[in-house]
Write a protein that binds this ligand. Sequence first.
Ligand code: S3P
Length: 430
Amino acid sequence: VTGRRLIAPHGALRGTLDVPGDKSISHRAFLLGTLCNGTVRVAQPLESADIACSRRLAEAVGARVHVSDDGYAIEGAGEHLVEPPDVLWCGNSGTTMRIGAGVVSHAPGVRVMTGDASLRRRPMRRIVDPLRAFGLQVTAANGGTRAPLVVSGGPTHATAFDLDTASAQVKSALLLAGGRTGVRVREPRQSRDHTERMLHALGARLSRDADGWWSLRPSPWSGTDLTVPGDLSSAAFWLVAASIHPGSDLVLPGVGLNPTRRGVIDALTMMGADITIEDAVDDVEPRGTLHVRHAELRGVHIDGDLALSCLDELPVLAVAAALAEGETVIADASELRVKESDRIARVARGLRAMGIEVEERPDGMVIEGGHFSGPRPRIDAEGDHRLAMAFAVAGGRHPEGVVLDHASSVATSYPGFFDDLAATIEEGTR
Ligand code: S3P
């Protein structure tokens, strides 16, 4: 098995950690940048396997990527995208495939998109049908529902979509596919709005009406300079790790605090976590320093808009819930079943292997807080970076530690995760 690791039980986490750049925003720098007539200069982007896929996709359809001191300059291809010379490999990255489909809708010729086994299991009808509605020809495996995707033609007319699932990837794909014809999109709940913020910064003609419809009217997009904040989804592992390890005290500077992404801070605060925000800066993407100290946690209900705004952090929030006092109910999170893996099933199975009572539900789970116990558990993180990190965090509090298989999947979003863990564990406590 590749990347097997033992996480030994350890004590407090202390110090200052610069978490890597935000994954969603880094993808968008390359993907939106490709469609610009100008240059997107991006400082402090995430460097990871997922982002490398978006960078390669950008270059394959004609964007030029220049390395700068602290990031990249992405020179857009504007109206002059080219036919990709080969299959577009999207790896483990749903964002590259879905938002990337909106980008490559403007390229000439045939575009073939595929990825790893996890990505080929994920639902793609949600972008296939809308791209067809724009006038593109799209074929996809498994009756039009799964990658590989084959895309030809281009968007020929404006279209409106009243989405039934809140998905930032789908919303973004439609906004990008509709950049030249115009498009209207509405979603049932507000998903993360990084694309809308970046489009405004690029000078796009984007507006929102009182009924929640986004309208994008055709116009050239210029470039912009942007600094990528630290990824709150990566910081979330430290927020939970410090909360559950007595004596911990961690400072996480420059973390993204976009209101559509802040649910993990709200949920942990409801649980009794000790998290303060310092030096908040309001920019295209707001950011601030998070300071977290150990605290006793209690069970809570996470559902509705709160669940949506911390969906990617639910695996590690479930670890916090496992060690909290009382019951935690997670609901309205059925989308968690179609992420890099079925995160409801795999989190429930993993926590049970650590001695915790968990009831699995179609749209979430009920976790009875307690203590990790029993023989040393073995957790397989195959195909899912966030499971690897969530169970690494949990393992430090199991009396026997945990064996993690496929721990190398952290490279998707946080290649330095295990180094950062080793660097913050207090001397003499491991
Ligand atoms: C993302 C959107 C979310 C999130 C994913 C990244 C994005 O998915 O879970 O990790 O960058 O747009 P949805 O498309 O389901 O909102």
